[in-house]
Design a protein around this ligand. Structure first.
Ligand code: PNS
Length: 163
């Protein structure tokens, strides 16, 4: 039986912090699903299909496509339904700070209660500890340079969006 895990998120847009977590998680599981999940609590900047395309390009840049990583989206139902569909026993999340711990803990417990899916927290490279999608969106909207925080494909996309 293969070990399958899911890295879910809004990925609005994917950042170098996300890439770091994905790269680490991909070494721990036979198959890793990176899944763009609709989060009704957040007003998204980028349409889901485009977020998926940006993840594909970003993983291409890192030579990670064609490996054990599957890229997908999920906008109906519970995340654990997706996990069950693909036979995933774990969800992987990056933890940058105590704020992330507080945000992620209830979701991890609910997901375990709902379907027995465990959540594994990875500590990202401290170089990315301050990077978030919301910060990237804000810097980009106000004309700042986001290149240090995101894959090239995302920086190019945001450049064109704010032109
Ligand atoms: O990147 P985000 O926005 O912090 O990701 C949060 C996300 C989308 C992974 C989370 O909101 C989620 O899992 N949503 C799916 C709906 C669901 O299953 N909710 C119940 C358990 S948390």
């Amino acid at each position: 039986m293969s070990n399958v895990a899911v890295v879910p998120g809004s990925f609005d847009p994917i950042t170098l912090g996300h890439i770091d977590v994905i790269e680490r998680a991909a070494t721990l599981f036979d198959e890793l699903h990176v899944v763009v999940v609709h989060n009704p609590d957040k007003h998204a900047l980028i349409p889901i299909a485009h977020r998926v395309a940006l993840i594909e390009k970003s993983l291409d840049e890192r030579g990670l496509r064609g490996s054990n990583i599957v890229i997908n989206s999920w906008s109906v139902g519970l995340l654990v339904d997706y996990c069950t569909d693909v036979g995933a026993s774990a969800i992987v999340k990056g933890i940058r700070s105590q704020v992330d711990v507080a945000y992620e803990t209830p979701m991890a417990i609910v997901n375990r209660n709902l379907a027995g899916v465990e959540t594994i927290f990875l500590l990202p490279d401290p170089a990315h500890a301050h990077v978030s999608s919301s910060l990237v969106r804000q810097v980009s909207a106000l004309g700042g340079d986001v290149a240090p925080y995101v894959p090239r494909a995302v920086a190019e996309f945001l450049d064109h969006t704010t032109d």
